[in-house]
Design a protein around this ligand. Structure first.
Ligand SMILES: *[C@@H]1O[C@H](CO)[C@@H](O)[C@H](O)[C@H]1NC(C)=O
Length: 348
């Protein structure tokens, strides 16, 4: 054994004993509540009293939302009976051909009176805007400042055009901008859609520059989606701003515009859709959604149901405990219940 191991520690003059403090000795004042039956029952009942009304009011708010969802990607392409693989090829051919007429007319009846503002959304299903390479394919510097036009290194493969000029806005997200359009009318009277103010104010004022104009955009080989008007700065291209706030889940809705008038029940709405966007190549679905909103937002029963479930469970447990407490009461702190008092053969 080599000299010094172990012995050098014991010969050390420095004491390892911690200095006394109430913290190191764990003598700080502490709250040690005793969960008496009365306390537990009170807590459970107060949970029920808080949760059930919140649940009921959010459920009723959600039920008051009027929502119309219309899937149109399947009906807005010419359908010829054939097997599904061929049919899909045919649809892709239809959507990629610039010469085909993509206009599609859909009608629906307003089920209940809808108060303005009425929100118009497009919904895409099976579209992974959260894919890693897609999410990263943008340049926030370039979006904000005209000086950073060349800052496109994250934007591959949509960074520069064939003449090596930077694409503004660069990247896959901007390139794949949604390009279906909708126009609404009631009895041949057009219904205006307000497309101002659909993006977040913070995005408009802090992320998308008022002096940045689209350049060389969508001029490459494969067209990904909508084109942008080169005379409008990015801060006013609200469809782009909405699209570039990427969705976290593969089914998502994005705001298309707002209808600023009330719609009466049983009114017949006609929508002329330009079915441009290619979701057929990846089995995506497209839906048009119009919806009113309340204080909880759009239609969503889940939150209310969850609150009611938690409240009802607490109430149920409170009742059970109360019954047990009344039918079979047990004195608190009775030492005869201790194991060593109950079972005299078990002793240390
Ligand atoms: C719309 O986007 C698709 C790709 O999804 C593209 O092929 C088509 O050319 C675009 N059409 C218009 C009118 O921008």
């Amino acid at each position: 054994m080599s000299s010094g191991d172990g012995s050098s520690y014991s010969s050390s003059k420095i004491s390892k004993k911690p200095r006394y403090s109430r913290f190191t000795q764990q003598e700080l004042p502490a709250c040690k509540p005793i969960l008496t039956p009365g306390l537990v029952i009170t807590i459970l009942i107060s949970l029920a009293i808080i949760f059930i009304p919140i649940g009921l009011s959010s459920l009723s708010a959600s039920q008051n939302v009027v929502e119309v969802v219309d899937r149109y990607d399947d009906v807005c392409v010419p359908l010829k009976p054939s097997n599904s693989v061929e049919q899909n090829d045919e649809r892709i051919g239809f959507i990629q051909d610039v010469k085909t007429n993509k206009t599609c007319i859909r009608t629906f009846i307003v089920p209940k009176k809808m108060k303005h503002p009425i929100f118009v959304y497009y919904q895409l299903d099976n579209f992974y805007q959260n894919h890693r390479r897609y999410v990263k394919s943008r340049s926030d510097h370039q979006l904000w400042s005209p000086k950073d036009e060349r800052n496109t290194k994250l934007c591959e493969p949509e960074a520069v055009n064939s003449d090596n000029k930077p694409i503004v806005p660069c990247g896959l997200i901007a390139w794949s901008l949604f390009n279906d359009t909708y126009s609404f009318s009631i009895n041949n009277t057009p219904l205006t859609i307000n497309k101002k103010g659909i993006a977040w104010t913070s995005d408009r004022t802090k992320k998308f520059g008022p002096n940045v104009y689209p350049k060389n955009f969508q001029t490459g080989g494969l067209i990904g989606g909508a084109k942008l008007n080169e005379s409008i700065p990015l801060s006013e291209q609200e469809d782009l701003i909405v699209w570039m706030r990427t969705a976290a889940l593969p089914s998502f809705r994005k705001l298309y515009g707002k209808i600023e008038t009330d719609l009466e029940a049983n009114e017949k709405i006609t929508v002329v859709i330009q079915n441009n966007y290619n979701t057929y190549s990846f089995n995506g679905r497209k839906k048009l959604v119009i919806s009113t909103a309340t204080w909880i937002g759009g239609k969503n029963d889940f939150l209310g149901k969850m609150y009611i479930t938690v409240g009802a469970t607490s109430l149920f447990l409170a009742v059970i405990f109360l019954l047990l407490y009344v039918i079979k009461p047990r004195p608190l702190g009775d030492p005869t219940y201790l194991s060593w008092n109950r079972n005299p053969t078990f002793q240390y």
